[in-house]
Design a protein around this ligand. Sequence first.
Ligand SMILES: NC(=O)c1ccc[n+]([C@@H]2O[C@H](COP(=O)([O-])OP(=O)(O)OC[C@H]3O[C@@H](n4cnc5c(N)ncnc54)[C@H](O)[C@@H]3O)[C@@H](O)[C@H]2O)c1
Length: 284
Amino acid sequence: MEAALKVVVTGGSGLLGVAVIRELVGAGATVLSLDRKPHPDGHRPTWTCDLRDAAQLYQACVGADSVVHLAAHIAPNLTSDTSTFNENVSMTYNVLKAAQDNRVRRVVLASSVAAYGYIYGPTDLLPHFLPLTEEHPLAASDPYGLSKQIGELLGDAFARRGAMSVVSLRLPGINYDPTFERIQSFMSDPAYRKSGFWTYVDARDAARAFRLSVEKTLEGHRIYNIAAPSSNMREPTVDLVRRFLPGLSDIREISDKNWSGMSSARAASELGFVAEHVWEQILR
Ligand SMILES: NC(=O)c1ccc[n+]([C@@H]2O[C@H](COP(=O)([O-])OP(=O)(O)OC[C@H]3O[C@@H](n4cnc5c(N)ncnc54)[C@H](O)[C@@H]3O)[C@@H](O)[C@H]2O)c1
């Protein structure tokens, strides 16, 4: 990365924010972190601010090359539905608006597998096909998934306006435990993760995907699935699909391995993203 490139990271004190800032600083960027909480490792500069306040965001983006937007209510049911939806959507709008007004080159948004609509959606809803690619229709119905789906629409709209390009990364459940013990703890219960189609990504890989999204030459609004290539289960995924999603007939991966329910092929080809941290390296 070009030395001393200024990147603003929202939600920089959160779990993913810590990993993303570490990755960007390691690549030579100057990072301004924005969060309503202090940074757990004392990263400087960190501005304590509320991203619902557009004026603070405008000030933060002065002179920035890129903005990585991570701050959000990160699931439904952590607060009221209206707060989850309204605050997530307005924070994303405020970030894109402040970035565009400051002639920022690139905004990278944290989207989610929840935008597809299954993970927090009706339990009998089936995907059209697996593994999910970025072309799969979005069908969110919960306030969190909807806020991510609309965040992507905002990405389309701002990229359409002109010079600024936008990247949305659709992340599955993030693994923050390098021992992978948490993943091991639910391997005996494949039903528990079926609506996420047994996908995950390690935080270190997700952080690399954000750095690549800042660095690459891209135009318009690009959307990428970012997942580990294998599932968080030991069984062949095709067996899990037949057992837990019996109405799903369009299975587009024929191998008998534990492939991920989300394909990151587009990110591999356009960003050069390949996940490096997978449970199979650690667990036996
Ligand atoms: N954790 C996952 O498994 C997962 C999966 C898919 C997508 N994502 C997305 O990744 C992003 C980061 O998630 P995370 O795991 O680091 O969550 P996190 O809760 O650890 O971090 C979110 C951060 O945003 C900050 N924040 C929230 N509202 C704010 C506001 N109004 N003003 C300022 N700061 C505010 C919080 O203080 C927190 O530090 C989120 O956008 C989330 O939706 C997470």
